[in-house]
Design a protein around this ligand. Sequence first.
Ligand SMILES: [Zn+2]
Length: 283
Amino acid sequence: MEPFVRRQGKLPDEPGVLELAGWMADTPGLAAGFTTRLGGVSQGCFDSLNCALHVRDAEKDVIANRRRVALAAGIPFENWVCGEQVHGNRVHAVTEEDRGRGWFDRASAIQDADALVTDAEGVMLASFYADCVPLIFLDPVKRVVALAHAGWKGTVTRIGPETVHMMQKRYHSSIEHIRAAIGPSIGPCCYEVDNRVLEQVRAVWNEEEGKAERPVIQSSRPGHAWLDLRELNRQLLKQAGILPTNIECTNLCTGCETGMFFSHRKEGGATGRMMSFIGWKKG
Ligand SMILES: [Zn+2]
């Protein structure tokens, strides 16, 4: 079953937000999900719910879009926080003092932070995507939440397992309590990569062991293959110890569904960004 469910809102011009409906039903007070490109104010290639400040969209439009999402999700606008994403694997432990960073301007964002983790209930974590894989984490027992931005570079530098380790080490999460959701991103149907990428995938992922699972690499033409980055992340999270039954994965491909999502690859790089988010409605 698709874990990301379109929110049926009550606002007259509801922004398009997909919610982790199962997690939210199981965990009172939780808000978690992923935005679409629908129901915002941005123009041109950012049409219309672009949530990122780093893509040359008008700043006032991005802030207006973020306000719409915050209002629809029922989260105070000043609670949100985001990092400057660099396709790295550094995990930043977010505290109450980080509230608002990166939210009103780009300069204040947490630098070099592709993964964010917190147990502070007054902050809402956010990160940005157009094809890269959003990883969303929840420990409902310790009430720890996390986001990780996993493009191919973040994936092969194990940003998913690094985030899980931070939850265990710093916040004492038990591995059997951690839930992970893998969100809308480019599917193997639309993501052909070359040997340069495949070599790095094979350096962190054992192709023989992976054969018992769903295929990650399927050859296309000489020197190239279709890569299932979502499945690769799922297998790496499973190897990190998360129970397979606690890992949920979307079927939504950003490359196939450019009416609903921004796609960096399908739109030639000039496009907006969706946003993943997780946190608590009341802090
Ligand atoms: Zn596709």
